[in-house]
Design a protein around this ligand. Structure first.
Ligand code: IDP
Ligand code: MG
Length: 159
């Protein structure tokens, strides 16, 4: 698929406030299984633009902030263990209704239940662990996206 000239322009140093953004993470299972290219390709083929991209092992402090809504859940410590088990690819994606579109593209949280055709449905499964290993994270609302992008890509946000 080809994208328009405007979309193919170099990425800006700062995110454009007038455009919608989502924070995507390729989680350690996705990275270690070599699925980074597959996931990014699906996002690009859908028509969205990647405007931020890095690979790093995330700290417990960053992940605790990222998953603050789940801090009291029974699975929180195993979630941290899963998310620190290897590098994470963090990505900022831009485009109209990108947040909702990428949630649809990702599929349901549990890869056993996620529909075929989705990232989690096509590429994920139960590996017999207590974690729900589901390859990707995607922001679930504009508020979450703004909060998460500020955590993972503070350099792209204007003070
Ligand atoms: P989401 O990633 O689809 O938004 P959330 O409910 O926000 O799903 O949960 C965050 C992450 O926590 C999930 O992606 C999954 O990795 C993990 N998780 C969610 N529910 C469970 C559970 O019941 N047991 C273990 N891990 C879970
Ligand atoms: Mg969530």
């Amino acid at each position: 698929m080809t994208i328009g000239r405007e979309e193919a322009m170099p990425t800006p140093d700062m995110l454009d406030d007038n455009k919608e953004h989502s924070l995507i993470l390729i989680k350690p299972d996705g990275y270690m299984r070599g699925l980074t290219g597959e996931v990014l390709a699906r996002i690009e083929r859908k028509g969205f633009k990647l405007v931020g991209l890095k690979i790093k092992k995330a700290s417990v402090a960053l992940l605790t902030e990222h998953y603050v809504e789940h801090k009291e859940k029974h699975f929180f410590s195993s979630l941290l263990e899963y998310m620190t088990s290897g590098p994470i690819v963090s990505v900022v994606v831009e485009g109209d209704r990108v947040i909702e579109s990428l949630r649809t593209l990702m599929g349901a949280t549990n890869p056993v239940l996620a529909a075929p055709g989705t990232i989690r449905g096509d590429l994920g499964r139960d590996w017999g662990t207590s974690n729900v290993e589901n390859i990707v994270h995607g922001s679930d609302s504009p508020e979450s996206a703004a909060r998460e992008i500020a955590l993972w890509f503070p350099e792209l946000i204007e003070d």
